[in-house]
Design a protein around this ligand. Structure first.
Ligand code: PLP
Length: 386
């Protein structure tokens, strides 16, 4: 089916699906072969070549969702990120990266790039002027992530695209937090759109996967390296991911709605010092977020006031689970200072604006009243000096 005129949920449900011509079953059959005949196709089929029937089918859906010509599926978000970066960077090249990035991406750059002789700079802020300052003669790639983790800061995608075009750079975005439901970077001119499909694409906290969407030329370049690095996803998991993505649209819209209502609830609560959610008018980037996102997403962060004990708050939650990962249908919560950003020094955390009492909240699809009731009872128990 052509995606041009199809709505989001129709694309999620149908685009790319494999017809079961043998038995006329309702869903895509799963092809687990790791070996295909040599002579009946123009490209040799092999799972590590990213071209099995199920890989190709799901790639079509992801490309349709992101409004790009092509897509590729990887064994993890980090496989998608590392392969994309190395595909466009060689010895002597330079990359400008946003300062607030997913920890794994940061580690990849800091721990590996020196080995390959790739130069890099992190910006001072998310302001496009700070990106411009870091561009050198040998800069080849500009890399952003918006909304950022965990403070949900927003980078101006259109300004970054303009800068990239002016300096002839390949622009890349980690679109995981927004998901294709809320943000379409390729329609704003971004070259390479990357996802940790472990998050909203998977959506049920049971799949590790990654995806990249871009023009056919860019995808071919990433493929040329990807086949050598070998980071493809097993076809069984590809098939699981296709099933998960059928509900991507309705899940994320439900999470948007819940997150907006919860952000409003938390902002009014006397125990809460600050709420970070791009859909709140009080968020410093609200107008920018509105200009480039069609929904504000299911991620928010908040700080309890100092007379509340964060540890007791966490322990008192009954419905909302503490969890390292995010974006599942279940609501989960995490302390960045104790988990995702625990390896940073307190000074580095402070510099990034991550308070020790900061709580990152991945909003699920449960009934709002139940989530709010759970938050209320845990906040009550966390009050110090009772
Ligand atoms: C989780 C995550 C990643 C890494 O994905 P994996 O699937 O864990 O490899 C990259 N970027 C963001 C924003 C993430 O949340």
């Amino acid at each position: 089916m052509k995606n041009k005129k199809l709505g989001l949920n129709t694309v999620c449900t149908h685009t790319g699906e494999i017809k079961d011509t043998q038995f006329k079953g309702a869903i895509s059959p799963i092809y687990l072969s790791s070996s295909y005949a040599f002579d009946d196709v123009d490209v040799k089929r092999y799972p590590r070549y990213f071209n099995t029937p199920n890989q190709q089918a799901l790639s079509k859906k992801i490309a349709a969702l992101e409004h790009t010509e092509a897509a590729m599926i990887f064994g993890s978000g980090m496989a998608a990120i590392s392969t994309s970066l190395l595909a466009f960077l060689k010895k002597g090249d330079h990359i400008v990266l946003q300062n607030a990035l997913y920890g794994g991406t940061m580690n990849f750059v800091l721990e590996e790039f020196d080995k390959y002789g790739i130069e890099y700079s992190f910006t001072k802020s998310l302001d496009s002027k700070d990106f411009k300052k870091e561009i050198r003669n040998n800069t080849k790639v500009i890399y952003i992530e918006t909304p950022s983790n965990p403070l949900l800061k927003i980078t101006d995608i259109r300004k970054i695209v303009k800068l990239a075009k002016k300096h002839n750079l390949v622009s890349m975005i980690d679109n995981t937090f927004a998901s294709s439901v809320n943000q379409l970077p390729a329609t704003m001119g971004i070259d390479i759109v990357i996802h940790s499909a472990t998050k909203y694409f998977g959506g049920h906290s049971d799949i590790l996967a990654g995806a990249v969407a871009a023009s056919a030329d860019h995808i071919d370049r990433i493929f040329q390296l990807g086949k050598n690095l070998g980071g493809s996803l097993s076809d069984f998991t590809v098939w699981m991911l296709e099933r998960s993505m059928k509900t991507l649209g309705i899940r994320v819209v439900a999470q948007n709605k819940n997150a907006m209502k919860l952000a409003n609830f938390l902002e009014k609560d006397k125990a809460v010092a600050r709420v970070y959610y791009p859909g709140l008018k009080s968020h410093e980037d609200y107008e920018l977020a509105k200009s480039q996102m069609s929904g504000f997403g299911g991620m928010l962060s908040f700080e309890l006031k100092s007379d509340y004990d964060v540890e007791i708050f966490f322990k008192s939650l009954k419905l909302i689970k503490p969890s390292m990962s995010l974006a599942g249908v279940e609501s989960t919560i995490l302390s960045p200072a104790k988990a995702s950003h625990a390896l940073l020094t307190p000074e580095e955390r402070q510099k990034q604006g991550i308070a020790d009492g900061l709580i990152r909240f991945s909003v699920g699809i449960e009934d709002r009243k139940d989530i709010i009731a759970d938050l209320k009872q845990a906040i009550k128990k966390a009050k110090k000096g009772k």
